[in-house]
Design a protein around this ligand. Sequence first.
Ligand code: UDP
Ligand code: MG
Length: 318
Amino acid sequence: MKRLMIVVPCYNEQEVFESTLNELSNLIFDLIKKEKIAKNSGIMFVDDGSKDGTRRLICDAYKKYSHVYAVNLAGNVGHQNALMAGLEAAADLCDVTVTIDADLQDDTSVIEQMIDKYNGGCDIVYGVRNNRKTDGFFKRTTANAFYKLMKWLGAKTVDNHADFRLLSTRAVRELLRYEERNLFLRGVVTRLGYKTDCVYYARKKRMAGITKYPFRKMLSFAVEGITSFSVKPLKMIMALGLFIIFCSLLAIVYVLVSFFVGHANAGWPSLMISIWFLGGVQLFSIGLVGEYIGKIYLETKKRPRYNVEELLIHNEDE
Ligand code: UDP
Ligand code: MG
């Protein structure tokens, strides 16, 4: 039987920790009883530099239960990097991993189906939300627009799939070879090329605590996703530039014609508009180019993605 590790990134999650621990533990015990996973399966919590009591709760759980493992990171590195830290630590211990958010908005009951598909030969199984009724109107529309945009820009992603997925250790090891610092996991995983499948579930509301993705972070996550996977925006700048040059040619023709017809067109508002518009377009374009240059800068440094402060792993012989 295969050994499973459920990887759970946690950042300031003290309100939900206990119930998450209970629910995931019961699930693990249940799957062990059904003989779907090995007896030494467990949960790998990743503390992403929480500022509240989360780390203490994780350490207590580790001391108390033999199926609880943990990676405590030295600082906050963000959801994606925290996931990588957990997967890297888990890969040495188990045969298969499932990643899930600490607030359990994703339905844990489909993990069993994921395991079945894994036993049926899949290396990657995506958890896909078939209903977003519990997300607010705003989150739903922005998320949908984002998936559409990603597709149009040519990045391969799975619609309505976030970071709830099963990965075999083999897939995790491949994933770890992608050394990019600008990490957008759901774009990378679709490139691994192993046999994949999906399971469907309805997304629930956060049990307690607040979202760690306010609008500002969501937006930067979206920009990150786009600029890590597509250079189309750079090409669009060029097209926009050509278009504006064409428009200004038309304007020149118009001015010349009106001059010869006899009524010269004086008007500062039209001048202001064109200056502001072009100024805006230029600043935006430079910013966009800068976004890519910033990425190159960060990648060339090859800094580590995270620093592990402590690794809490039970001795196998115990
Ligand atoms: N998270 C993290 N580091 C961060 C922000 C979030 O590890 O800097 C974790 C968080 O604890 C949760 C998951 O990432 O387990 C997703 O966050 P959240 O549920 O707040 O996002 P939402 O579901 O609202 O998109
Ligand atoms: Mg959530």
